[in-house]
Structures are given as C-alpha cells and as structure tokens.
Design a protein around this ligand. Structure first.
Ligand code: SF4
Length: 469
C-alpha cells in the first residue's frame, strides 16, 4: 500500500479530532462571553453549541393577524421578494458562520415563510446549508401539499433535501387560517395540527424526504388552561418538539388584546407537565438562562414519558458531565464515518465515561419499564420546551445600557441585561458587525429595519396583505 503523504495524514488527524478546531474556537469564545451566572455544569452553550440562530428582515410580511404578533406594524408594508430573501439569508448566515463556527441550528423566520415561492424558499434553505446551518422553517402551516412538494423536489423529480425541519405554529391567538379563521378553542385546531404532519408524511412516502417537526404554541392567559389538552391529544401525531412561548409585550401594539403578565413561567410549565402526566426536569441541561429557556428531552414509551436526564439523580448528572466531556460540539454536517472516528478517539481517551454512559442507558431502560416495555411499545423521542421572550419596554433600556457598558440599577432591567448577555437565540447583523438577541431584534431593531425595507421593497397594490396591521 502506498503510504499517505503527510499533509493528507494531518488532514485526517484534524478531521477526526473529538471536536473540530474551528468549532472548539467558537465554543471557547462563546463560553468566555457568557455571564458567570449561567456557567453551570448543565450549560449547553459553549460546550455543545454556540446558540440557536434566526434570520431577520428577510421576508417580514405575513398573511395572518395573530394577537399578539411579534412583528412590527411596518412588517406588512414590505413586499415578499425572493432575491432579497436569498441574498440576505446568505449574508447573515455567512456572518454567523464566521463568528459562531459551523454546525448550528438556525430558524428561517421573519413573516410567513410560505409566502415565498417554493423555489425561493428552497434557495434560502440551500444558502443556510452552504454555511453549515441546519435550517428550520417557521410557518403557520397553512399551505398545501403542492407547495411542500415543489419545495422539496426539483422539477426533474430529484430530491432537493433529504430532511426538512419545520416549526409549525398553531394556537388560538392566530387569525386567518383557512377553515378556522378565528378559533376559540385549541381543540378546533387539532385537525389542522394533524393535517400538517400528514403532508410531511406523504412527502416522506412519495419522495423519501424525512421530516423533523416542532409544534409551536403562543400561550396567553386565555389559552393557558388548554395547554394540557394540546399536549395530551397531540403527543403522538408526529411532532418531535412541543415548544411553548408565553406571550410577551413585543411588536405590533395594536395586537395586544390582554395583559400577558398575569401568568408566570411556572404556570405554563405546570400545564405542560399536567398534559404529559409527569414531572419535566429542566435543570439537568440548560440553554442560556433558565428564565428564558426550559427544556426536557425524553422518550415516550407507550403511555410513559421518560426524561433522558433526571436532574435530581446525581448519577444522571455525572452521566451528563461525561457526555459533555466525551462528545463536545455538535455532529451536524459531520459525515457518519468521521463522526464514528471522532467518538472512537474520544472514548479511547475517556474510557471511564463509556461505563458511565452504559450505566445511564441501563437506568433509562429501567425507568422506561424494562426491555419488555420498550420492545412492546411505540417509542418516540419528544422534547418539551418553553421560550419566554421579554417585554420590549424592558429590553430597550437594558440593551441601551449594555451597549454603553453600564449595569442597570433597577433590578428588573438588570435581570433583563443578564438574560440578554446569556441569550440562546441570536440574529446576525453583518452591516454593524453585531450579533443581537432575538428579543432585541423584535423589541428594538425591527421597526426601523422594516421601515427601511418598506422603502426598498414597497408593497404593490397586488401584494397587499389581507391581514395587515
Ligand atoms: S431571545 Fe430573549 S428570551 Fe430568548 S434567549 Fe435571547 S434574551 Fe432570552
């Protein structure tokens, strides 16, 4: 066999390191930037990921009239323009790639993504892939199979994507859905929740395009008591994630029809737990600040929900630490043989962690009811998450002071600053060389950005949004 030339060997050595050097650099920088109060053993940022990301100003308009709506009043004055979308997505993702490294989850988000033509939507997703972002399209889900098929499959019948990730927004705060323009009860929307999954299932059957679907629900005091129904009735529909957003006072003020702050995050979480029928431990793995994000990763085994980390069991917490040590960074976009080589190299160094991992797997199996229960039941992974945006009235002064390097005197504004510094959902601004929290984007920057876009891309008469402002 001809020996490999040294540069090739060096390249193989580099690619099979437990974590890619570029990813490690980005993780280290992220960790260094985090405020001390979130540098906990449970923290995912700086160990597994740099954060989640989203787009902004790429297709601000929407054809629904949700109450509340996080988009500014100006958003619906901007026309949907495919070339603008693709160019801006490309720029923003290139910038985030340079600052935050490869292998990050990013939302294709703004107004309503399905107002883009399927081809422009696909081009935006391809741009995100080019910059090694794993994209998720955020939508109200009110489109037909034809749209999805044209998005996923080229005219010659070949697949554009092996897997599509969508965040589908369904709840009674939304107005404009065909067949349920003004829903008053969450159960009215169950057939639409089911229909959306059916479209993706058909795509999988007919074209082999897999899907990863998240169900998103805005929570207000009016639908708080219906969360448990949604969780219970929809858990087996095919969504991998159920994400709940307690409503904040952000965006178009004419869409604020109630005081959202009469409920707490604990109220929302308790309702999710009521629907699941189990405690949802969220302190074992943490994204950013727990006042912003809670999440429980787990498995449904038949009728039993089994979280992967029990935050009250020290053995599970040791297993989590071993997991971070042995598998740092993310494996997104890493070819399978490289991934296997990385894990193998890492386990050679951390041999004891393999035993810790096996003991954790045995405990998980026991909690799931044992091998018989697992083999005899439908098993599907499901994540429950809550993301609590902050009110624009708090974010604006907090951000202003942060930019001046000052700490607020007022405890609430200081708490807002702490959360912004630990933000887990970032948006890139190449023009100002800034990465900003989504709270700042929606609460501070969107109005001016959309006003500028309305001049650049004015909406023609034929494009007036039915649900504007
Ligand atoms: S966008 Fe806002 S609520 Fe979300 S993680 Fe960032 S600071 Fe927290």
């Amino acid at each position: 066999m001809t020996p490999l030339p040294p540069p090739r060997l060096a390249e193989i050595e580099r690619r099979t390191r437990p974590v890619d050097p570029e990813v490690q650099r980005a993780l280290d920088e992220r960790w260094a930037d985090l405020p001390d109060h979130v540098k906990t053993p449970a923290q995912l940022m700086g160990k597994k990921t740099t954060s989640c990301e989203g787009t902004h100003g790429v297709f601000p308009a929407c054809d629904f009239a949700c109450k509340p709506c996080y988009h500014s009043t100006e958003a619906n004055r901007v026309r949907i323009d495919g070339p603008h979308t693709v160019e801006q997505v490309d720029r923003q993702m290139a910038y985030l790639r340079a600052r935050r490294g490869p292998g990050v989850h990013a939302q294709l988000i703004g107004g309503e993504v399905s107002l883009l033509s399927p081809e422009d939507h696909a081009a935006a997703l391809e741009a995100m892939h080019r910059h090694q972002r794993f994209p998720m399209s955020f939508t109200h889900g009110d489109f037909d199979y034809d749209y999805l098929e044209r998005l996923a499959v080229r005219p010659d019948g070949t697949r554009r994507f092996d897997v599509l990730a969508f965040a589908l927004h369904f709840d009674t705060t939304m107005h404009g859905r065909r067949g349920a323009p003004h829903p008053t009860d969450e159960r009215e929307l169950h057939p639409f929740r089911e229909r959306a999954v059916a479209l993706f299932e058909r795509l999988r059957r007919e074209h082999g395009v897999r899907h990863h679907l998240a169900h998103n629900m805005t929570v207000t005091p009016a639908n708080l008591g219906q969360i448990a129904d949604v969780v219970r009735d929809c858990r087996a529909l095919g969504y991998r994630v159920f994400s709940f957003q307690p409503a904040a006072h952000v965006g178009n003020q004419r869409r604020w029809d109630q005081d959202h702050r009469t409920m707490t995050d604990d109220d929302v979480w308790a309702e999710i737990e009521r629907g699941v029928g189990a405690r949802l431990p969220y302190r074992g793995l943490q994204m950013g600040d727990l006042r912003c994000n809670r999440a429980t990763w787990g498995l449904w085994v038949g009728d039993r929900y089994v979280p992967v980390v029990d935050d009250t069991d020290p053995r599970d917490l040791r297993a989590r630490d071993a997991f971070f040590r042995t598998l740092p960074g993310s494996f997104l976009f890493v070819p399978r043989p490289i991934m296997v080589a990385r894990i193998a190299r890492s386990l050679l160094v951390h041999r004891r962690d393999a035993a810790t991992g096996l003991a954790w797997a045995a405990r998980l199996l026991r909690r799931a009811g044992g091998p018989r229960a697992v083999l005899g039941s439908r098993v599907h992974p499901t994540t429950y998450a809550m993301h609590s945006f902050m009110d624009a009235a708090d974010v604006a002064p907090a951000w202003e002071l942060l930019k001046r390097g000052e700490v607020a005197d007022h405890p609430r504004i200081r708490a807002t600053q702490e959360r912004l510094q630990a933000c887990a959902y970032a948006m890139g601004h190449p023009e100002t060389d800034e990465i900003v929290p989504a709270c700042v984007q929606h609460g501070v920057l969107d109005p001016a950005e959309n006003a500028q876009l309305a001049v650049l891309l004015p909406r023609g008469r034929r494009q007036e949004a039915p649900a504007s402002g």
